[in-house]
Design a protein around this ligand. Structure first.
Ligand SMILES: N[C@@H](CCC(=O)N[C@@H](CS)C(=O)NCC(=O)O)C(=O)O
Length: 217
């Protein structure tokens, strides 16, 4: 059955891979499932046809036959459950890997998004200069904790899993800030994620869309 995801017709990051279709593409590449991409404009995302797929008018969405999903956590979990490659066989290890997916989305991503908001969307507000260090420190606190847990390991819990895919995807947003360089094991963790052939294929596919080099992914 053909899998179709949606992605920005033109990503605001110009192809840096920070739009969330990249993590879904990455999961699809890890589990070796072919997929097609429907590109949507900002206007189309808020129109009824797209809202029927995504109640909040965002990307990415995921369609597979009669199944339509939104939320990257759910999409990655769906792929990981149905195909080998993203979750361990052992039931307890599987539960722990899923825990890391939630941790990435619920505990690590929120302060990172707050930082992005403070810098990009509120950058010109008079109070931003005073607020930014507080927001950065909240991110640092999470990075410190994550760094301590990762230690010298390659991945968060044994082999690479959906938990790592999501955590690396979330941390990638921090690259321009330089904050990750304060935690060398996290910077190396990110680099390991980016070096995976499946990530590279996903990154290149979104880049091709955003640089106009190839049609639709
Ligand atoms: N929690 C959602 C977030 C989705 C999201 O924020 N998508 C962004 C692109 S990365 C978007 O569509 N932004 C445009 C908008 O909200 O209007 C997920 O993980 O799928």
């Amino acid at each position: 059955m053909t899998i179709i995801i949606t992605a920005f017709e033109r990503s605001p990051d110009g192809g840096m891979g920070l739009a969330r279709d990249t993590r879904v593409r990455w999961a699809l590449e890890e589990v070796r499932q072919p997929y097609g991409v429907r590109l949507v404009s900002f206007r189309a995302m808020k129109e009824p046809a797209h809202l029927a797929l995504h109640p909040f008018g965002q990307i990415p969405t995921y369609e597979e036959g009669d199944l339509a999903l939104f939320e990257t956590g759910s999409i990655v979990f769906h792929l990981a459950e149905r195909h080998a490659g993203l979750l361990p066989d052992d039931a307890d290890a599987r539960a722990r890997a899923i825990t890391w997916v939630f941790a990435a989305l619920n505990t690590v991503e929120p302060p990172i998004l707050e930082l992005v908001t403070a810098k990009i969307f509120e950058g010109d507000r008079p109070w931003t200069k005073e607020r930014l260090p507080l927001v950065e420190d909240r991110v640092r606190e999470r990075l410190k904790q994550l760094s301590a847990r990762l230690g010298r390991a390659d991945w968060l819990d044994g082999g690479f899993s959906a938990g790592d895919l999501m955590m690396v995807s979330v941390l990638l947003r921090l690259k321009p800030s330089g904050l990750l360089n304060e935690y060398p094991n996290l910077a190396a963790y990110l680099a390991r994620g980016e070096a995976r052939p499946a990530y590279k294929r996903a990154f290149d596919a979104q880049l091709a869309v955003n640089t106009g080099k190839l049609p639709g992914g």
